[in-house]
Design a protein around this ligand. Sequence first.
Ligand SMILES: NC(=O)c1ccc[n+]([C@@H]2O[C@H](COP(=O)([O-])OP(=O)(O)OC[C@H]3O[C@@H](n4cnc5c(N)ncnc54)[C@H](O)[C@@H]3O)[C@@H](O)[C@H]2O)c1
Length: 363
Amino acid sequence: MTAVAARTDWRGELALITGGAGFIATNVADRLLRQGARVRLFDNLSRAGVEQNVRWLKAQHGDRVEVVVGDVRDDVAVRDAVRRVSRIFHFAAQVAVTTSLVDPIGDFEINARGTLNLLEALRAMDDRPSLLFTSTNKVYGDLDDLALAALGSRYAPRERTIAQQGIGEDRPLDFHSPYGCSKGAAEQYVLDYARTFQLPATVFRMSCIYGPHQFGTEDQGWVAHFAIQAIKRRPLTLYGDGLQVRDVLFVEDLVDAMLLAHDRIDRTAGEAFNIGGGPRNAVSLLELLDLLADVTGRPPSFDIEPWRAADQRYYVSDVRKFAAATGWRPRVSVREGVQRLVEWLGGVGHAATAPLAVGKVAS
Ligand SMILES: NC(=O)c1ccc[n+]([C@@H]2O[C@H](COP(=O)([O-])OP(=O)(O)OC[C@H]3O[C@@H](n4cnc5c(N)ncnc54)[C@H](O)[C@@H]3O)[C@@H](O)[C@H]2O)c1
């Protein structure tokens, strides 16, 4: 199937992006702004480093970027933020499984209650904007019933259809970790508000997204974290054996999918879609280290630690449902995407440039 391009003219639209200073938000905002929309960024700036993204967007696009420093736990602020918008991208979240294990209530308040605040604000509106919510593959649990074989540098499913197509949306939900529970609860509210209150809302269950503007840490954003460590010649820790496999998706392809989801909301509302790079863009941790060694000329060194809670040995998205609904498919290969990420990070010669000032994910 040939890929269908997302709409390219968003003039006349005002988009609200919660978590608007974050990695994915910055890429969505930049695209929308370049295509004529105005954008309202709503963020409490709790993630270290993200103010840089806001400064960058303002520098690129000036006063078509409105910045609201606010918290999704504050229902009054959320009600204000949705005024006059035509599209909503709800990204604000506590994003790390590790943090959710330390502070499950904080994680719930932001991810589940914060989403409910937004849904209630939308339910009260006469003219309701379309909504995209970003859920996670963690709603399918650790998938430890998948029969896997260790083949060379990666795990491979023994079942041929899963090896060829990935994990589909028909997979039973099995929330693991407080983060899995809070995101899972939130996405179920989104789907139910679409059903019960006819909100034009859709859910992406996303795999690993990577690309420019990502402040990856050990806790979240592993591709960027590995790239940063490789460039800075710092050692990495692999949890497990490094054979675990993920389908990675370059953020530009994700932005295409997100704009298509809004543009075709008549087809996507009330549905959950698995979104990732799919089987063609599946890579193990060890394979990514090899690729980084090739791209940066610096083989990263690493230690091995025991598996972490709720770590999946294999997760690859079956993206055919969204492809059938919209014509989308990922276009950027892992090699090209990693090269572009490394370039953005400052490349081999500029290891100490500003984007590398990474910190812990705040809860
Ligand atoms: N990046 C991935 O690989 C991935 C995978 C699956 C799901 N997701 C989801 O996609 C969304 C965006 O992810 P990202 O990688 O861009 O994360 P990110 O951490 O870069 O962005 C999240 C933003 O939310 C903000 N935020 C946190 N708590 C908030 C609060 N209480 N109120 C307002 N803002 C708050 C942070 O300051 C940050 O700017 C998140 O919901 C995440 O769970 C991401």
